[in-house]
Design a protein. Structure first.
Length: 312
């Protein structure tokens, strides 16, 4: 199986101690987002975990402990956006995050650190010209430290529409995307071995030579593990998502990065702080403890490894 850690929150930034405790214990409990009384017990034995995909904007708290993952295969989806603190409230400065990206790449290999430029939106401050220049500057700094950029565009989720209006944030029109992407493509072509994919098929840029990619990527997992896997499309993700199947071990409303556009924070700030205050790094659950009335179900997992021998 593939572990996603996590689309729902920034585990490397805020929950690395908890995560490594779960690795040590060999299992994790995951709360059903739609029914908190239902918990799944997921084994974390290296024999069944083919790969771990980390999603983060600040991996610093995890980077000195990566030797604890010596029995696992993994890679990082590392978001580096050029927005200011009025948009991404609690992140280190851009130059610091670029340095962290480089250090992580040097530690584990550039093929295992994917740059996410996501989500792209525009307003009076962050207009098309801004993005053209910012993308080029970041790409120039990261060119030797990654092989791929995943490009994503903002979705107007109902719970962020108010803050979008307040900050005059709007999704891009097709012609605006085209204008921006021509510049991004020109930048990428300067650096051999560096490519751009879009995150999801919602935006089709194939006519510019930019395919729709997979964040949880079958080809990359096979490259990292050294063996073929049998994995289908993840039915728990949106229809426009190309990712292969994985098990997410995170929890919604638990990230403190403070990004205005976040799809995983549906409550207000006090709600998030209350939930995060219930975090115990020694609990099998990311948030809170096991309570009466909760049901724990063993989730049957196995390696996705394809052991069938090829005849060719």
């Amino acid at each position: 199986m593939i572990i996603s850690a996590s689309r729902r929150t920034d585990i490397p930034s805020f929950y690395s101690s908890w995560f490594f405790n779960r690795i040590k214990e060999g299992y994790v409990l995951v709360s059903n987002p739609f029914n908190p009384k239902m918990l799944s017990r997921v084994e974390l034995d290296p024999a069944v975990v083919d790969c771990i995909v980390f999603w983060t904007k600040n991996p610093a708290p995890m980077m000195d402990k990566l030797d604890l993952l010596k029995h696992y295969k993994y890679y990082f989806q590392f978001t580096v956006n050029p927005y200011g603190r009025e948009i991404e409230h609690n992140l280190p400065g851009l130059s610091q995050r670029i340095d962290l990206f480089k250090r992580l790449s040097d530690l584990i290999g550039k093929e295992k650190v994917i740059w996410r430029y996501d989500p792209v939106f525009i307003n009076a401050k962050y207009n098309i010209a801004f993005h053209r220049e910012a993308f080029a500057q970041i790409a120039e700094k990261l060119q030797n430290y990654t092989e791929k950029c995943m490009l994503g565009f903002i979705d107007s989720y109902p719970h962020i529409r108010k803050v979008m209006r307040k900050n005059e944030i709007k999704p891009l029109l097709q012609e605006e995307m085209e204008e921006m992407v021509v510049s991004f493509k020109t930048t990428a072509e300067r650096y051999p071995g560096f490519k751009i994919n879009t995150c999801t098929v919602k935006v089709d840029l194939r006519h510019w030579g930019i395919p729709s990619g997979q964040c949880i990527d079958k080809e990359l997992v096979e490259r990292i593990t050294g063996y073929s896997i049998i994995a289908g499309k993840d039915k728990n993700q949106r229809g426009v998502c190309n990712c292969i199947e994985s098990i997410d071990i995170g929890a919604y409303d638990s990230c403190l990065n403070g990004c205005l556009y976040c799809y995983a924070i549906k409550g207000n700030s006090p709600t998030v702080k209350t939930l995060v205050g219930k975090h115990n790094p020694h609990s099998p659950l990311m948030i809170g403890e096991i309570n009466e009335g909760q049901t724990i179900k063993e989730r049957k997992v196995k390696s996705l490894r394809n052991d069938q021998l090829s005849l060719f």
